[in-house]
Design a protein around this ligand. Sequence first.
Ligand code: ATP
Ligand code: LTN
Length: 327
Amino acid sequence: MKTRVFSGMQPSGNLHIGNYLGALKNWVRIQSDYECIFCIVDLHAITAYQNPAELRAKIEEIAALYLAAGIDPGECSIMVQSSVHAHAELAWMLTCVTPVGWLERMTQYKAKSAKLESVGDGILQYPVLMAADILLYQAGIVPVGEDQAQHLELTRDIAQRFNSLYGDTFVVPGTSLPAVGARVMGLDDPTQKMSKSATGANHAVALLDPPDRIRKTIMRATTDSNPAVDFETAGPGVLNLISIYQAFSGSADDEVKRHFTGMRYGDLKKQVAEMVISHVEPFQQRYRQIVSEPGYLAGVLREGAERVAPIADDTVRTVKQRMGLYT
Ligand code: ATP
Ligand code: LTN
């Protein structure tokens, strides 16, 4: 039997090249080697208020982008988290074996809660729901960007704790990070991770941005006071641009070094912009095709949920039996 893979993205904000290079590109690459489930994690998105009509539209937009980027629904299951009730059910059972201290230590929780006056319980529970997503399907591999590595460690801790309390139940999953592009930084501020929820106009390149906008955003990217590329002294903004180029082109480290050494920043930015555009334009064409077919997306999502729900139900039944709950 093929190892199962599970991963997901939140339908909050616009998918950007960080989401693509950190996760989606890897999903496309491994999809035929594993039994893959790719989820749109809407229950995670509501840990921050979402306008209901916009959330509903965003769910389908993300699903269409998975397909446009090359996920094959014949090969993988694409599904919406809230359409399989077992995610929320298992999350409760896992909550009950998770010490609050483990959750309070999460850097994402600390960063998010520091910015809020009133911290919703969902923000603290967020990684338990993520653990439920993964453990529900006994996934062996979870391909994500680097910012999720700590949540994956917690998932393993929760799985191990449950297994030691109630007997071997869950597969303990591994993390898969891409070699280049695991942490794409914000173009306006290369000390911050590129993020869907950041608000700066020149922060991110979205996968659906028109080419002109992509050029503008990249041409305005923060660099440093050098005039041209010097790998010894380059600041994080320049290194970020180069790693975006490298992740899209797939070139080796020494090739990239040779190509960019001594190049003026204006030329570097032009080359990065054209490299990004040449990859996202075909996605955008496929995206328009996918959303123009009435009923197609809804069918893919329904089929995905129908395919995975029996696996999830099976796990919940076992967990309930192990815990002595009523089945
Ligand atoms: P938000 O700002 O709303 O938290 P996000 O941009 O972090 O959104 P998620 O939906 O949380 O996006 O992440 C989806 C996937 O993309 C995850 O696997 C995550 O690790 C990856 N990812 C997110 N941002 C980046 C980034 N800047 N570089 C590389 N990978 C990223
Ligand atoms: N927390 C993840 C999204 C996510 C996820 C998952 C990723 C929710 N459940 C399960 C991998 C596996 C994020 O990227 N913010």
